[in-house]
Ligand binder design. Structure first.
Ligand code: SR1
Length: 352
């Protein structure tokens, strides 16, 4: 009997500019109820730049909601830029953030070659940096991720079990994105341990319309491999693209294994005859909150782990259906392990 929900081990510890460039999102200049207990610096107001590579799609939107909420609770003026997957634009945004000398910078995704020279520059300039989903070796940077190697391994193992350890599988992957590269290591491990799994295609595209772009490529793969048993699509926009393609082709019998969760994702997973049978996920809003708290701790000179790994859970379609879960809010209530309030925090940070 397979567990419906499996948890990985803990290893440690819109005002955004959709056209690229920077924009200021003053979370609130009005002190919140909790602001009275904040350190003096925060009572006066702290400025943090959030430099994003990507902003579209459920994960990134939910992440931002959480980040904004946490910023508001800490009287932080969160200045957000979204490069819309234009790496030159992200470099420009990051340089601009450094020039503005904020109290801290959060770098959310980004190609290592694009962001690392600028991250090093920011650190040299004395600006605390928190990096989410960035491959960086700078020891002064707080590096946050969703335990992605283990995440990749866990969802791949779920797929291996789901198809009896053998058969043709498609794989959606785009290199260069730290979380996808890390999940890819997990998949490689599982592939090696399960010689019966035959990867017959690799495809995918990350863009401002990832699901639609991935759907187009998935159409061709489904046609070329009529005996496909499953698709590993470890990013929700990838998974949605594959589900759309399978629906369009009227193709049944192919199982989809994804990553991430949101209310729209839950709707796709629980729809009658949905091929999306499992996903590996954290609560994206909580991850955004953790990133802002980590930056706040750095600003206040408080200790924070160099590597913050947030544990994801395998969430199955069966679990969602059995528990009649239709929203992320309902999932939070049924899955307390999604709660990350104790990660990257201090006594002065209100537990909201
Ligand atoms: C293009 S990278 C997409 C991934 O970033 C975050 O880690 C989310 O989990 C998403 O799957």
């Amino acid at each position: 009997m397979l567990p419906l929900v499996a948890t990985l081990a803990v290893l440690a510890g819109c005002g955004d500019n959709t056209g690229g460039g920077s924009d200021s999102e003053a979370a609130s200049s009005t002190p919140t109820a909790a602001a009275a207990k904040l350190p003096p610096k925060f009572e006066q107001g702290v400025k943090i730049a959030l430099v994003r590579q990507l902003g579209s799609g459920d994960f990134f939107q939910q992440w931002l909601l959480g980040a904004r909420e946490q910023a508001k609770a800490l009287n932080i003026d969160l200045r957000i830029s979204d490069a819309r997957n234009n790496n030159d634009q992200q470099a420009t945004d990051l340089q601009r953030a450094i020039d503005q000398k904020p109290d801290a910078i959060i770098v959310d995704h980004g190609l290592a070659s694009t962001v690392n020279p600028l991250i090093d520059k920011a650190v040299k300039a004395g600006i605390p940096v928190v990096a989410f989903d960035v491959e960086t070796s700078n020891k002064d940077v707080v590096s946050i991720q969703q335990s992605d190697v283990d995440a990749g391994k866990a969802i791949s193992e779920e797929m291996a079990k789901g198809i009896g350890g053998q058969g043709k599988v498609g794989y959606v992957y785009v290199a260069g994105f730290a979380p996808l590269d890390r999940r890819d290591s997990g998949w490689k491990e599982v592939k090696k341990a399960n010689p019966g799994l035959q990867q017959v295609a690799q495809f995918g595209k990350v863009s401002d319309a990832t699901a639609n772009d991935t759907q187009e490529q998935a159409n061709a793969v489904i046609t070329a491999h009529p005996d496909l048993k499953a698709v590993l699509a470890p990013y929700d926009e990838f998974a949605k693209g594959v589900v759309l393609a399978l629906g369009q082709a009227n193709k049944t019998g192919v199982k989809v294994y994804g990553a991430d969760i949101s209310t729209p994702d839950i709707a796709v997973m629980t729809k009658a005859d949905s091929p999306w049978v499992a996903t590996i996920a954290t609560d994206p809003a909580n991850v955004g909150r953790v990133a802002v708290r980590a930056a706040a701790l750095k600003v206040n000179g408080d200790p924070v782990d160099r590597d913050v790994l947030i544990k994801p859970s395998v969430i199955t379609q069966e679990f969602l259906r059995q528990n009649k879960i239709a929203t992320l809010e309902q999932l939070r209530a049924k899955l307390p392990q999604l709660d990350t309030r104790d990660t990257a925090t201090a006594d002065w940070i209100p537990k909201s």
